[in-house]
Design a protein around this ligand. Structure first.
Ligand code: DGY
Length: 307
């Protein structure tokens, strides 16, 4: 029987995952843009599956050149550059790795929240510099007993809420429609959630639908004692408004793993001492990246055993 041909579209798919795919499939790619272009021109008609990340463009024009495509498996939670509408129109399933990475990203969200509210980066510098011998470190802000607002309650938002509950926090959330059988208070509007939160965690998808959703008015509704945590996508927040609010003290603190123009982070943000910054580390552990790769392989294996 002829092997099933798949295309590794993104160079972000790890070598171990590509090796596991090569044991099962005829694998094309990865490659740079001209190489992918050449592969699609020569073999587009027999490509039945794609392994990719949300960072590689998979648009309507490319999809039109892949008439045999049956499945796309994404090695990330974010589907940023994937035209989900065009896939849905053709009934092509799209899987992502959000189940595999939810706990890891949730751990980081909790870490950023605690670090920002207890000012642990500045506290570390206080000890290292010897300043402790002269001055006590200023008081931080509690986590226990506080309200945590989740903007988005998918796999990642739910994993954060479970951890927050275990820490004695009170979750509430904002989604377009209430989540069935969810006991947390629901808000249909991001500003209303912000006004009802001490900690506001962005855990919704990026993309055009949510670009700028956390605007100046949402940030203003948080206030000087509140903390904003973003482990989702930088584009969801009005970043200049966020920097202004943090610099003026109108927003208390922030823990940020994602930025509007990664890896460029505005100097004004890097200079603030009421922020904790991470270089998009959400899923970045050996264990979780391995599990994400395995989830891509498992998804594509469906092409070998059609039901
Ligand atoms: C993803 O996979 O989209 C997340 O950004 C992980 O950090």
């Amino acid at each position: 029987m002829r092997p099933v041909t798949i295309l590794v579209l993104s160079s972000g798919v790890p070598a171990a995952t590509i090796a596991a795919l090569a044991e099962r499939f005829d694998v094309l790619g990865p490659g740079d843009a001209p190489e992918i272009e050449a592969l699609v021109s020569s073999h587009g008609a027999r490509i039945r599956g794609i392994a990719t990340t949300g960072k590689a463009r998979l648009d309507r024009a490319l999809l039109a050149r892949l008439p045999a495509l049956e499945l796309v498996a994404c090695y990330s939670a974010g589907l940023d550059k994937i035209d989900t509408e065009a896939l849905a129109e053709r009934g092509i399933p799209l899987t992502n790795s959000s189940t595999a990475l939810a706990d890891e990203v949730a751990d980081l969200a909790i870490a950023l929240m605690v670090m920002a509210r207890r000012r642990l980066v500045a506290a570390d510098a206080h000890v290292r510099s010897g300043a402790w011998a002269k001055d006590a470190f200023p008081l931080g802000r509690s986590v226990t007993g506080r309200r945590i607002g989740l903007l988005g309650l998918g796999h990642i938002g739910s994993a954060i809420a479970r951890r927050a509950e275990a820490m004695g926090m009170q979750p509430r959330y904002c989604t377009r429609r209430p989540v069935a059988e969810c006991a947390y208070p629901h808000h249909a509007d991001a500003r209303a959630l912000a006004a009802d939160s001490d900690v506001f965690v962005i855990a919704c998808p990026g993309g055009t639908a949510n670009r700028g959703l956390v605007d100046r008015s949402v940030i203003a509704a948080l206030g000087p004692d509140a903390t904003l945590v973003n482990i989702a996508r930088g584009e969801i927040v009005d970043e200049p408004a966020l920097v202004e609010a943090l610099a003026s003290g109108r927003l208390g603190s922030a823990g940020l793993d994602v930025f509007a123009d990664e890896p460029d982070v505005p100097l004004a943000l890097r200079r603030l001492d009421n922020v904790v910054l991470a270089p998009h580390l959400g899923s970045a552990t050996i264990e979780t990246r391995t599990a994400m790769g395995e989830s891509v392989v498992r998804s594509l294996e469906r092409l070998l055993n059609p039901v």
